[in-house]
Structure formats: C-alpha cells, structure tokens
Ligand binder design. Structure first.
Ligand code: AMP
Length: 425
C-alpha cells in the first residue's frame, strides 16, 4: 500500500497547535469587530480572470497561480489572496458603503516552499470599500498594529510608503526603467530579468550586488502629485496623532499591481529568515472597477498567520495554553454511567471528557490527569449501585461522595455556573 504524505508546501496543523490558530483568528475577530468590521467568507476558487487583475507582471499571476479547467470547462483558480475576491463580491452584491469586512482563510500560491513560505498559507485581513478618506488608511493600519500589540509582539516595525496615483506611478516606473537600464550591467542576472517584467520589483532585490544600484535609484516621492502627497501627509499626521510609529521606506513597493497611494508592511525584526514580513496592505482605488463594478476606492491589509505565529514563537508570546476541562469521568463498571453523565453535564454547559474501552482505574486516572481536567468523577461498583459518584479535585486530591443527581449544582459550585448548551424547554 502506498503511504501518503502532505504535498510540498503544505502542512498538517495538528492539535494542540491548531487550537492556537483558532485562538489567533478569534483574537483578530475581536480586534476588528470592535471597529465595526463584519466577517466575510468568499469562495476558495474563482474565475481565473478575477485574479489576473492582480497584474500580469506579478509573480503571483505569472508563476504561482493554482489554475485549472474544471469539469464544466471553466478556467478557475484557487485564490492566491483575498482582496480580489472581495472586490468581485462587492461588484456582484453592491452593498452599502463604506463596506467594512474581515476574513480568515487559506490562500494558495505555487511558491518555492521554505521556512515561513508555504503553498497553502493562512491569512487574516480586513478590507474597506467605498471611501477615499486618508484617515481610514490610518484606522486600517492602526488596527493591524493594535492586533500585533494584543498578541504581545514587541519587535514589529511598520514600514510606510506612497505609490502615488496611477499617473504618478506610471511616470515613476518609466523613470526607474530608464535609470535601471542605464546601469543594467551592474545588476545581477535575476534583477535584469525582473527589470524586463516589472522595474518596481527590482527594488525588492535582496542581492548584495544590486544594492548600490538600488540605493541611487530615483524614488517615488519625487513623482507624487499634489493630491497624492496631501493624502500621504494626512496618513502620517493621523498615525502621529494616535502614537503609531512608522518608518517611511521609499523602496517599499509591494508585490501586487493594484496598489496606489498608501502602501505599508509590518516587518518582524525577530524573524531571522528571509521571510520577515508578517503582513502588509495598502489602498487600491481601481480594483473594483477593474472587476466590473462601479468606481470604488478600497483599502485593506492581510496578515500571514503562519509567519506571525513564528514571530510569536521567537518572542515567546501568545503561547499555547494548557488543555482545560471541567471534569473527566472515570467509569470502571461498564461505561454506561459515563455515557449518561457526560451527556447530561455537556448539555448543562460543562466541558467534560471520559475514557473508553473499559480500561483499569489506574489507566483511566492517567488519562484524566493528562486531560487538564479540574475534577475527576469516579464511578466504581459501589457508586454505581448507590447512584453516587466520587468527585475528586485533581489539583488538591480532595474528594467527596455525592449523588449523581446532584452533580450539576455541585460542579457549578466548584467550577462556576455555565450556560446550558441544549434548550431543555
Ligand atoms: P501578500 O498577500 O503577499 O501581501 O502577503 C501578506 C502576508 O501574507 C505576508 O506578509 C506574509 O506574512 C503572508 N504570506 C504571503 N505569502 C505567503 C506564503 N507563501 N507562505 C506563508 N505566508 C505568506
């Protein structure tokens, strides 16, 4: 028989790690819902055309798309990111604006797998459609910042830049192309190939050979229109006003073509791999229109869950909690009492686990200890015959025999009241 393994670039997120992922998304939801963002769940695959809007010179589109023809002959692709799908959703449903949404889910990119870079990776993020207000950019950037703080991360730096309006950007790209071509003999072979496709991306090169050329390159700041410059100034003043620190980085261009005006990235200085960006985003005022909707401005960010958790590991924050249970039922008679009591107690709102397979008292007690339960509820022959149970506090080893019929109020008096899970009316 073949033995199967996960495909390259994918991983099983096993328990208890997976619990940490859920806690991560829940904490993110809490942060952004407090600012009026609502959850959206877009499909995992869309018409390929939706994602082609990310830009035909981007790596995501040219090299990394998981696209295929389905059995109905449609050309579809697994989403490489969420923003384009959310803009398609906006164009399709035309909700009232500003439309403030958040998401949490997987994306797929056929990348070279390495630490912090996977082919299936998860992101949480927010998007706001329908406002050009520069103070909205500030809100978006600050919410990401606040979320990193809430995780306990200290070593995250916010990088900020403006890519100007489309005409500014086009003029800049042309000037950059001319400059880079004039010095192309000094560039690495990879940077020369990138230059042909997308001069902006040359600025992302980490190769030592390319550094001196990049340092002298013209910067976008010289090409910003008055409006774009004013917008950028307001964003900076807003961040200053609420004490969010940033570094203006004129080399920050972001990988996707749709950005204009504000772009930003959150970089972890405690990750030592090449992959230090834990999140990023920006304004994309033309994307909804490109997808067949009305002209609608947008701004948002995406944070990589995988990489942010790596940053948490290296700063020893947002650590895995110990397992917790209210009670563990040990039934050494025939398991029927455990079945009945666990059903009753769970319905009453308690967290309850039990052992199976009629194991010995000793082996069941071992599982009870491992479960993180506060109490063991023990049913031996005597207890079963008398309708009793022994409730043992696993931390203090104190124990007490009580009627099974009194378990619910007894548990509540020890672990606190719980909300019933089942409607018993
Ligand atoms: P992007 O959509 O490329 O701007 O990415 C936003 C964030 O998602 C990055 O800062 C990373 O944290 C994360 N990310 C992007 N691509 C990957 C990947 N292949 N594997 C893991 N995380 C990724």
């Amino acid at each position: 028989m073949p033995s199967f393994q996960t495909s390259p670039g994918t991983r099983d997120i096993l328990p208890p790690q997976a619990g940490r992922w859920r806690a991560f998304s829940a904490q993110f939801a809490d942060t952004v819902e407090s600012a009026g963002y609502e959850c959206i769940i877009p499909p995992m695959f869309e018409d390929l055309g939706v994602f082609l809007r990310l830009g035909d010179a981007t790596d995501v589109v040219t090299k990394e798309m998981y696209d295929f023809e389905d059995k109905g002959g449609r050309r579809v692709a697994l989403r490489p990111e969420h923003t384009a799908g959310i803009c398609r959703s906006f164009a399709q449903h035309r909700p009232t604006t500003p439309w403030k949404v958040w998401y949490s889910g997987s994306n797929f990119r056929y990348e070279k797998a390495q630490a912090g870079r996977y082919r299936q990776f998860d992101q949480v993020g927010i998007e706001v459609l329908g406002s050009t207000d520069a103070l909205l950019d500030v809100e978006v950037i600050a919410l990401g910042w606040q979320f990193f703080q809430s995780l306990g991360l200290k070593n995250v730096v916010l990088m900020l830049n403006s890519l100007g309006d489309p005409a500014d950007r086009a003029a800049y790209i042309e000037a950059l192309r001319q400059y880079l071509e004039s010095r192309s003999s000094e560039l690495s072979e990879e940077a020369r190939a990138t230059l042909q496709r997308n001069p902006l991306r040359v600025l992302d090169s980490k190769r030592v050979q390319d550094k001196p050329v990049i340092i002298d390159a013209p910067t976008i700041a010289q090409f910003l229109s008055e409006d774009a410059r004013g917008h950028f100034e307001t964003v900076k003043a807003g961040l200053d006003a609420i004490g969010v620190q940033y570094e203006v980085n004129e080399g920050l261009v972001r990988g996707l073509d749709y950005y204009q005006r504000t772009v930003f990235e959150y970089v972890s200085t405690s990750l030592d791999s090449a992959q230090t960006a834990v999140g990023g985003g920006g304004r994309y005022d033309g994307l909804v229109e490109d997808l067949g909707g009305p002209s609608t401005p947008g701004v948002g960010f995406a944070l990589g869950i995988d990489r942010t958790l790596l940053a948490c590991d290296s700063e020893n924050v947002f650590e895995l909690g110990a397992p917790q249970m209210d009670a563990f039922i040990v039934d050494v008679v025939d398991g029927m009492t455990a079945l009945r009591l666990s059903d009753q107690l769970r319905a009453a709102g308690f967290t309850v686990d039990r052992a199976y397979d009629g194991r010995s008292m000793k082996s069941q007690m071992k599982v009870a200890d491992r479960s993180g339960a506060r109490l063991a509820i023990i049913i031996g022959e005597d207890e079963a015959a008398a309708g009793n149970c022994t409730v043992r506090n696993l931390m203090t080893s104190e124990q007490q025999v009580i009627l099974q019929a009194e378990l619910v109020p007894h548990l509540a008096s020890i672990v606190g009241e719980r909300n019933p899970r089942r409607n018993t009316q």
